[in-house]
Design a binder for this molecule. Structure first.
Ligand SMILES: CC(C)(COP(=O)(O)OP(=O)(O)OC[C@H]1O[C@@H](n2cnc3c(N)ncnc32)[C@H](O)[C@@H]1OP(=O)(O)O)[C@@H](O)C(=O)NCCC(=O)NCCS
Length: 431
């Protein structure tokens, strides 16, 4: 399709400096960031080392070394409810130059990614989005939400338990060694998190451009359990006007245990000479209000969709998670792009693990399918988007049925119980 428009779709090697730096220029421009400096380029080379990078080039453009469209992708684990991971395909850096918009370039690139993801055996594709209107057409749907939470520091008095370990203020650089294993365990215990890539840590710790103002402001707090083992850390920045108490903002808190999570929260909200604590990319289901004397000291300022999921292989995706209740459920999935279409039988045992099988159906009309689902003992009918939305437990099937987006053929209440999770899914980074 791109070739028919006179465009060239090319792989870009992050080690090919000239070509890769021009690609980063296009990516930054696409997201309205400034031109990359050498320190940014160095960080990008490290970040993209294990990614597949593509550019679309227009040989007739006066600056033809800069691609008119960018995309990148890589295989990643996605944590599922119940502690297992599933093979996913992460997509990022989707930009098209304003001079080349709305002629199908993004569609060509995204659909190519989905086909390749199927070829390498990914159960689903994942991304985070700039605008919520772009990816539904490709079968993606929001599967986790992210909250910005604010704590009124002067009203917040801790009534939770004392943590058995200790918190320490540390130089962010000192976390380089211990952080990866803490992050790995934190990711594994939180449905919706994806594997981290090594260069991300330097960003979180303010080490990409250590002399920049933001980096010099980055502070770190670490929690060690009673045996002295590090179980979590958070990085934060405090901003403050003259003669005023400050605002403490954090967007990275990794906790491998509940003790660590509570202790880190406590250390952040007990910093003196602070009016407000703001946490970004937090779970909409934070336990913090239950740890405060005055729960109204805690406020959810905003909740937005964050991780978007596109199921490609329903059998692998449905098998990977644990379910909240046993039962037999038939799920009929429609998919305009074809990857995930079919009827699937979910048989969940008492342990919450599922046997999933695809059943063949000869008559695919909606009325016949509803009859078939009822005859099979009850089921639900939905599109691949809604399957992605319910997969991690972020929204109940019955909520989507009330929105007319799930057809209840006698089993939506059972589906609610089965897809329920004990921990709300959360993705705490952008990618
Ligand atoms: C989003 C973006 C990549 C779309 O590129 P594009 O090549 O113009 O998109 P396409 O021509 O392939 O459009 C495919 C479909 O998506 C729709 N679409 C594209 N961008 C859209 C947007 N921002 N909002 C709503 N619909 C959009 C098109 O109308 C088209 O719809 P149709 O298939 O029903 O006709 C481009 O606008 C862009 O670079 N935006 C800024 C960076 C950004 O936000 N990227 C997304 C990162 S998550």
């Amino acid at each position: 399709m791109l070739a028919a428009h006179g465009l060239e779709y090319r792989l870009v090697d992050p080690n090919d400096r000239d070509r890769f730096d021009a690609w980063v220029e296009a990516d930054n421009r696409g997201f309205h960031h400034g031109r990359p400096r050498e320190v940014d380029l160095q960080h990008e080379r490290a970040s993209f080392a294990d990614r597949r990078v593509h550019g679309v080039y227009d040989p007739t453009s006066p600056e033809s070394r800069i691609p008119v469209a960018t995309i990148s992708s890589w295989p990643t684990g996605l944590s599922m409810p119940g502690g297992r991971g599933v093979d996913a395909w992460a997509i990022s850096s989707v930009t098209v130059a304003p001079t080349h918009r709305r002629r199908g370039i993004a569609r060509a690139m995204v659909e190519a990614e989905l086909r390749d993801a199927v070829d390498v055996g990914a159960a689903l594709a994942v991304l985070t989005v700039s605008e919520a209107t772009i990816y539904g057409r490709f079968g993606f749907a929001p599967a986790t939400r992210a909250a910005t939470v604010e704590i009124d520091r002067r009203r917040a008095r801790w009534i939770g338990p004392d943590a058995p370990g200790r918190t320490h203020l540390v130089d962010p650089r000192s976390l380089r060694e211990v952080a990866p294993q803490v992050i790995r365990r934190a990711v594994a215990r939180t449905p919706g998190e994806i594997d981290r890539w090594p260069a991300l840590l330097d960003k979180v710790l303010g080490l990409v451009d250590p002399e920049s103002d933001a980096s010099r402001r980055t502070r770190a707090v670490r929690y060690d359990d009673r045996n002295g083992e590090t179980q979590g850390f958070a990085t934060y920045r405090i901003t403050r006007d003259a003669n005023q108490a400050g605002v403490l903002e954090f967007d990275f808190l990794a906790a491998a245990t509940d003790d660590a999570e509570r202790a880190l929260w406590r250390s952040l909200i007990e910093v003196d000479f602070i009016d407000k604590v703001r946490g970004l990319l937090r779970s909409p289901d934070e336990p913090l209000p239950w740890l405060l004397d005055d729960p109204r000291a805690f406020r959810v300022a905003e909740v937005v969709d964050h991780l978007w999921v596109r199921v490609l292989d329903p059998v692998a995706a449905l098998r990977a998670r644990r379910y909240g209740s046993p039962g037999s459920l038939t799920i009929e999935v429609t998919d305009p792009l074809g990857f995930a279409a079919g009827t699937f039988e979910l048989e969940v045992s008492n342990g919450g693990r599922a046997e999933v099988s695809r059943v063949e159906s000869s008559d695919a009309s909606p009325a016949a399918s509803r009859r078939g689902l009822r005859a099979a003992g009850g089921g639900i009918r939905l599109s691949v988007n809604e399957l992605g939305a319910i997969l991690l437990g972020d929204v109940r099937p019955s909520t989507l049925a009330r929105a007319g987006r799930v057809v209840d053929a006698g089993a939506v209440e059972l589906a609610d119980r089965m897809f329920a999770t004990s921990k709300a899914p959360q993705l705490s980074i952008w990618f």
